[in-house]
Design a protein around this ligand. Structure first.
Ligand code: EPZ
Length: 418
């Protein structure tokens, strides 16, 4: 297992090229099953979760190659319709393969994705949406077996704008006869990117970015080429790192409008933010100021995936900041580890109160989950002294060579094998 060793207290300076969005490339890789042809995907980050998705595609019979940040998937031949437990356990969001497998093969089988570090991760909205489209869904013994009887377009009303359920419904609906309307759909930019990819393959999908998505099934599909949108959470993470450490950092190749709620909080905290086209420049002098309560919400609200990283910023700020985590039940697991670095945070249910102004000091900590791990890196960069961050595999799921990116910005950070 590897650890990240950080000697904190140094400002960051320089520029970062933002990579492709993990949460966009994963559903799009699943969607490559639909066109039974060739799919060339550019700007694909080299992440553990992306490798897991590629392993699933190869298991199903696809030929997948990678050249740098371009991944090519040939889904002409599909030999299986099951996702084995070992691969499901690698990445719970593999549930996104349900919809496209049903659409392509008429059936799908996988184990129920377990909970994860963020708490129970139910998939009831996914399965209800599939049933609505005429799919029979059997759940027994931790396995899900789906069979398409006669798939017909219907109205699907989501009780919560679930990102994954929206994606699964979109993908399954492409194989339905007639029109499917997904009402109260998720509005995340990754949904728009999936729609753009599907349209390039010939599918009739519209409305993404709004709360109603319309899919007209039955169109013929063809080969396609697509460039994945920039990763807004990676963007938010490095902005928070620059804010917490102080310095002058520019993020290139990003979509500033996708992180508007994050940059507005950082501006309130005292950062100077300049946006020019697809670049964001952040300048910050320490200490930051505390900011108004941060409430995580579905897009375009403040992203839950940036809550931990912003909390690390709050730990370095003068004053008290408050967080309300409205999306996941258990997304404060990083609090205990931040406290080992001297952070003063009190959690009660979905509310976390951060008493800033207390200097952070280096400590040995362990990543609890992907974004919680990123928060520990940020706190370690801002702390005085040496920190050792274990369970780095969580961080590697969503950040490509995080230590290389930060070293180039002047951070004293290295990876060691334990
Ligand atoms: C996606 O997860 C992202 N993952 C998550 O990013 C992100 O935190 C989340 O959306 C919210 O933005 C990917 O895109 C791969 P949801 P997803 O369905 O689709 C409940 C990261 O750090 N729910 O929108 O699983 C669920 O329990 C990851 O990159 C149900 O109750 O999120 C949660 O409380 C972490 N029933 C809420 O909805 C369901 O059937 C939001 O979940 C589905 C979800």
């Amino acid at each position: 297992m590897s650890v990240l060793v950080v000697n904190g207290g140094r400002p960051l300076a320089g520029s970062v090229a933002v990579r492709g969005a993990k949460n966009s490339v994963l559903p799009i890789l699943a969607a490559t099953l639909l066109n039974a042809g060739r799919n060339v995907l550019h700007n694909c980050p080299d992440l553990r979760d992306v490798e897991s998705a590629i392993r699933i595609l190869r298991h199903l019979g696809c030929r997948v190659t990678r050249e740098g940040e371009t991944v090519t998937v040939d889904s002409s031949v599909i030999e299986r319709w099951d996702v084995p437990d070992a691969l499901m356990r690698e990445m719970r969001s593999s549930v996104i393969f349900l919809g496209p497998l049903i659409a392509r093969c008429g059936r799908a089988c996988m184990t129920t994705p377990g909970g994860c570090e963020l708490g129970p991760r139910p998939i009831d909205l996914h399965l209800d949406a599939l049933r609505r489209l005429g799919v029979s869904v059997e759940e027994a013994g931790g396995r899900i077996v789906c069979e398409a009887r006669h798939m017909e377009g219907r109205d699907i009303i989501l009780s919560f704008p679930s990102v994954g359920a929206t994606e699964n419904a979109m993908l399954a609906a492409t194989a339905c006869s007639g029109v499917t309307r997904i009402i109260n759909a998720a509005r995340e930019p990754e949904i728009c990117d999936l729609q753009e990819f599907l349209r390039k393959t010939g599918a009739s999908v519209s409305g993404a970015g709004g709360s109603e998505i319309v899919v007209v099934g039955g169109s013929t599909r063809h080969d396609t080429e697509h460039r994945i949108i920039p990763d807004r959470i990676e963007t938010a993470t490095y902005l928070c790192a620059a804010a917490a450490c102080g310095g002058d950092v520019t993020l290139c190749g990003c979509e500033p409008e996708h992180v508007g709620t994050v940059t507005s909080v950082l501006s309130e905290a005292g950062c100077e933010i300049d946006i020019a086209g697809r670049s964001i420049r952040l300048r910050a002098d320490r200490p930051l100021r505390a900011f108004a309560p941060v409430r995580t919400m579905p897009y375009p609200g403040f992203p839950t995936d940036a809550q931990a990283q912003m909390m690390a910023c709050a730990c370095t700020a003068q004053g008290t900041s408050i967080f309300l985590e409205n999306i996941f039940e258990n997304r404060y697991r990083h609090v205990g580890e931040l406290s080992r670095m001297g952070a003063r945070i009190r959690v009660s249910g979905r509310v976390a109160v951060v008493e800033g102004g207390v200097p952070l000091h280096g400590a040995s900590v362990r990543s609890t989950d992907l974004r919680g791990g990123a928060a520990l890196v940020i706190a370690a960069l801002a702390a005085e002294g040496e920190s050792r961050i274990g369970d780095v595999h969580h961080i590697d799921r969503g950040y490509q060579s995080i230590e290389c990116v930060l070293s180039r910005l002047g951070a004293d950070i290295r990876r060691e094998n334990e």
